[in-house]
Design a protein around this ligand. Structure first.
Ligand code: NAP
Length: 355
């Protein structure tokens, strides 16, 4: 049997993405072959295509951090799972494919009846948001938080989960995302027109308890200025590395992969050394998952339950068929996307709610 997958042929722009058709992969011992129903498209995919994300594999590779799929075939030694079951996974790369083989331990069961595109949004974006809120920042009801990139994939997840936690929320976004941010309970701050530090000082007096900074670089330092004494910045992204979906430095490839991490390190150290008891703490979903895989599983299952109970509702910006992955990445890179872009196996049946 043949299948389609997307590969990144070289580090660079959207033209680095190719559609290839080849023999379906066969599951090895301990592996499960999964038929992908939905794969998330996220900024980390673009950072990996440009070759600057710390997790970037060697080219050629198949992008795609997260997927919802149906168990298709079991490798030798696999038990306790049946063909037809719906599962979730965070393979970090590999999800832009019709079929993928993964170790059984990577698969998390998905409750029946969920929409695959909504369910896939929970894996990278909502687990990131949930763990930053409840494990890194340990937020409490009534606290004030500032969310950067509030109309984006992780940003809208932070707003929905922050509202459930009873937070007072401010969110930076462009004018295109302002109404989505207020609909989700945040007070929008236009990052293109306003100085967010001054706005926070005007709106929240001495500052906020927590800033979630997805922008990275020197922006982290400005975020620190928006904190009240004793507050913390949770730094988790590299959005400032990209401009119009391409690398801001114009130099794709692995050489610059560790520069951003070094800058993170300096700010974290600065947070400890400077007065004001304002800390900068890093968050990385992949690091926490490697160190504590049970927490990833537990948090994802808690989020599936919230989705089932309709306490959260991921915003799906667009659904594309797999073969249009390049277009999907271009759209995300151009900005102004509210919520999550998803690659789906069968757009029409998923639109009607069947997983
Ligand atoms: N550490 C982790 O474990 C982890 C996990 C997941 C994601 N991430 C990181 O999280 C970030 C967001 O990812 P995503 O997939 O949610 O991206 P996304 O959906 O594209 O959202 C990014 C948002 O940021 C906004 N934005 C751009 N520049 C901004 C600025 N200077 N100030 C405020 N907002 C700005 C964009 O608004 P406009 O387009 O309207 O300008 C967009 O809404 C990325 O850096 C990604 O690498 C980290």
């Amino acid at each position: 049997m043949r299948h389609t997958r997307i590969i990144v042929t070289h580090y660079g722009g959207p033209d680095a993405l190719r559609v290839v058709e080849e023999e379906c992969p066969e599951p090895k011992i301990g592996e499960v072959r999964v038929r992908v129903l939905a794969a998330g498209v996220s900024l980390p995919d673009l950072l990996m295509r440009e070759g600057v994300h710390p997790e970037t594999p060697r080219v050629p590779f198949t992008p795609g951090w997260d997927l919802i799929g149906m168990v298709d075939r079991l490798g030798a030694g696999v038990s306790g799972i049946e063909p037809g079951q719906i599962v979730a996974a965070l393979p970090i790369h590999g999800a832009y494919a019709e079929f993928v083989c993964l170790p059984q331990r990577e698969l998390v069961p998905v409750p029946s009846g969920l929409d695959a595109a909504e369910a896939v949004s929970l894996i990278l974006n909502y687990v990131t948001a949930y763990q930053m809120l409840h494990r890194s920042a340990k937020v409490g009801s009534g606290q004030r938080v500032l969310i950067h990139g509030a109309a984006g994939g992780v940003g809208t997840a932070l707003l929905q989960l922050g509202r459930l936690a009873g937070l007072e929320m401010y969110g930076t976004c462009s004018s295109r995302g302002a109404s989505a941010v207020s609909d989700l309970g945040g007070i929008p701050i236009d990052y293109q027109d306003q100085d967010f530090v001054k706005e926070i000082q005007r709106l929240a007096g001495e500052g906020v308890d927590v800033v979630f900074d997805s922008i990275g670089g020197t922006h982290i330092w400005r975020s620190r200025k928006a904190l009240r004494p004793g507050g913390r910045v949770v730094a988790y992204g590299l959005t400032s590395s990209l401009r119009g979906g391409r690398l801001a430095s114009g130099r794709s490839g692995g050489r610059h992969r560790y520069r951003a991490i070094l800058i993170f390190g300096l700010y974290i150290a600065g947070g400890w050394l400077l007065p004001g008891r304002k800390r900068v703490v890093p968050y990385s979903i992949q690091t926490l998952k490697r160190l504590k895989p049970a927490l990833f599983r537990q948090d994802l299952m808690a989020l599936f339950e919230l989705l089932q109970q309709q306490k959260i509702k991921p915003l799906i910006a667009r659904r594309f068929p797999l073969a249009e992955a390049r277009h999907a990445q271009e759209l995300l890179g151009n900005g102004g996307v509210t919520g999550k872009i998803v690659l789906v196996r069968n757009a029409s049946s998923l639109e009607s709610g069947a997983a």
